[in-house]
Structure formats: structure tokens, C-alpha cells
Design a protein around this ligand. Structure first.
Ligand code: PBG
Length: 323
């Protein structure tokens, strides 16, 4: 039996040059996507509690914030449009369309704009679906509404759409609607493995999308159900998704590799609001150094195989001088 020599592991961890030499993960602005909340009728900006420098913006303020991010090197954004009027069945996506139009008019192809497609900010009850009189999911009506939202976003100039609702069949439905409207080139980045989670709290305040009754466990995935989690991504791939995404990031780490291997598609991870807020809170309490903690989590997501990362820390990571 070989007895490992003393120092055999410690020797190569000793200096920064050696640690950098042996680092196997990197990421830069090309792999980071910055979320943006644009609230209809809001003037100026208001901070999102718990999320550090993240704010909800009125349209003009959003354009200013994105201009600063772009100048700092952020290239990818995902838009969360928050409408001021809500409905139950007949939903309007005019705020989505006009916001996308304004962003693309201002910045053109200097940025890549994904648009989150969901109904929870548009419905009075805050669920990601249209409900029937008994309160059950009306799947056909929901798919129609999601497809409409996606077509409106694409027609306004969105560079990609990103359905986050977790309704069966939505990717196929959206793909068909986009193609029929002449948007064959617009990719779908599907929230393909999205768990029911306690970690969406700060987001729901920002997006004004907290469910007014019940919870989302009847359409988001149970963390205990590994097969369902993988099959949901496979289903999205089969329905024509171009990119897949797991969320929350830390509750999906073990699934990124398998999903990528089975589907052959790029799989991203969404470091969701509660995960980011936990880093902010640790740092506020003096228990961690924020920047180092952020980078630590992003490297682990890359190590797990994430092709790209959606994080409220995209602009912060840029400020830290990443490529
Ligand atoms: C909307 C949506 C949610 C998130 C992204 N899109 C919230 C939810 O499903 O309740 C969460 C993002 C975050 O927490 O940062 N369907």
C-alpha cells in the first residue's frame, strides 16, 4: 500500500499562482444574465428588499440602469415586466411589448434581451396560470395566453423568450405560435426544471406576483422527485426548447450534468432571489465577505456544468473585473 507523502495535497494549494494554474472553472460576462424589473407606471426606482443593489424601475430609470450596466460590460439581460393592471382571463401584454420595444430602440443589438414569459405578474390571484371557476388550472386558456405573451414580446423585438410558468406543453405551444408569427429565429430558453421553493420570496415582492391563495406546489416540481425533475427538462427539449435552465441553482446542482447529457442542450442555472438574498444577509451580519461568497457560488455552478447563470450579481461580478 502506498502511503501518501506529507504535503502531497498542500503543496499545490500554497500560492495564488498555483491555485490559479489549477483552477478548472471560469466565467465572464458572456455567461452571466442580469435580471431587470420594469414596473408599469412607476416613476424612478425603488430598492428590492434584501437584494442589495437590485431595484424595481420605471421605464426611463430602467433604461438608465441598463445603460450603466452595458457600459460596465453586462451583455445579457432577462426582463421581468410588471404590469399595473391585472386580470383573471383576458390579460393584456401591452406593458411587455412596449417595454421590450423601448429597450431595443435604445440599445439595439448591443445587448441580448431575454423576456420572462409568465402570467403570475398579470393575474389578480398571482398564479402562473388562468384558473377556471373552481380554481383549477385552465390549461388550454393558459397556453393561449402564454403564447400570446411570447409572440407580443418577439414582435416587439425580444431576442429570446423564457417561459417560467411550468405548464405542460407550453414550449411546443409557444414554438408553434412564434413560428406562425414569423419568429423562427427567436430562441426559447425554458425554465425546464423549476422546483417549488422557499427561495423565491424577494422576487415575488419585486414582481408583485405572490399567489393570493394556496401555493405553487401543484405545478412546480417537488424537490424530492428527481425523476420528475429530469423528465420535465427532457419534455421541454422534446417540445423544442433551445436552452434549458434549472432553478433554484443550489437545489438543482446534481441535475445540471445529467440533464445536459441526456438532452444535449445547454443547461443554465438561475441563482434565485432567496439564494442571492442569503449572500447579502450573511455579509450584512459580518459572517461572509459578499464578493468572495458570490464568486464562490458562481464557480460552483460552472463546476456543476452550468452553461450560463442568471444572477442578481451579474453586474457585481462584472465590477469585480471578470472578463
Ligand atoms: C415567475 C417567476 C418566479 C421566478 C422567476 N420567474 C417566481 C415564482 O415562480 O414564484 C423566481 C426568480 C427569483 O426568485 O429570483 N413565474
Amino acid at each position: 500500500m502506498i502511503t501518501a507523502a506529507p504535503w502531497s495535497r498542500l503543496r499545490l494549494r500554497r500560492t495564488e499562482h498555483l491555485r490559479d494554474l489549477l483552477a478548472e472553472t471560469t466565467f465572464g460576462s458572456a455567461q452571466l444574465i442580469q435580471p431587470v424589473f420594469v414596473v408599469e407606471d412607476l416613476i424612478g426606482s425603488e430598492p428590492v428588499p434584501g437584494l442589495g443593489d437590485t431595484a424595481r424601475h420605471g421605464r426611463a430609470a430602467a433604461l438608465e440602469s441598463m445603460a450603466r450596466d452595458l457600459a460596465a460590460g453586462v451583455r445579457h439581460f432577462i426582463l421581468f415586466p410588471v404590469p399595473s393592471s391585472k386580470g383573471t382571463r383576458a390579460l393584456s401584454f401591452s406593458h411587455v411589448a412596449s417595454t421590450v420595444e423601448a429597450i431595443k430602440r435604445e440599445f439595439g443589438d448591443a445587448l441580448h434581451l431575454w423576456v420572462d414569459i409568465c402570467l403570475c405578474s398579470s393575474t389578480t390571484h398571482g398564479h402562473c396560470a388562468i384558473l377556471d371557476d373552481e380554481g383549477a388550472i385552465d390549461l388550454d386558456a393558459t397556453l393561449e395566453a402564454l403564447a400570446q405573451a411570447a409572440v407580443d414580446a418577439a414582435s416587439a423585438g425580444a431576442d429570446g423568450v423564457s417561459p417560467s410558468d411550468m405548464m405542460d406543453g407550453r414550449v411546443a405551444h409557444i414554438r408553434a405560435a412564434l413560428d406562425a408569427a414569423g419568429h423562427r429565429q427567436v430562441p426559447i430558453m425554458s425554465y425546464s426544471t423549476k422546483f417549488a421553493s422557499q427561495f423565491y420570496g424577494p422576487f415575488r415582492g419585486a414582481a408583485d406576483s405572490a399567489p393570493q391563495h394556496g401555493n405553487r406546489r401543484h405545478y412546480q416540481i417537488d424537490v424530492r422527485a428527481r425523476r420528475d425533475a429530469i423528465a420535465s427538462s427532457i419534455r421541454c427539449a422534446d417540445e423544442g426548447a433551445d436552452l434549458l435552465m434549472v432553478k433554484p441553482a443550489m437545489t438543482s446542482l446534481d441535475l445540471i450534468g445529467p440533464i445536459g447529457e441526456i438532452t444535449g442542450l445547454g443547461v443554465g442555472a438561475y441563482q434565485v432571489s432567496g439564494e442571492y438574498a442569503s449572500l447579502v444577509a450573511l455579509a450584512e451580519k459580518g459572517f461572509a465577505e459578499f464578493d468572495a461568497a458570490l464568486l464562490e457560488t458562481l464557480h460552483v455552478l460552472r463546476r456543476a456544468g452550468a452553461a450560463f447563470i442568471i444572477t442578481y450579481g451579474a453586474r457585481r461580478a462584472r465590477a469585480l473585473g471578470l472578463s
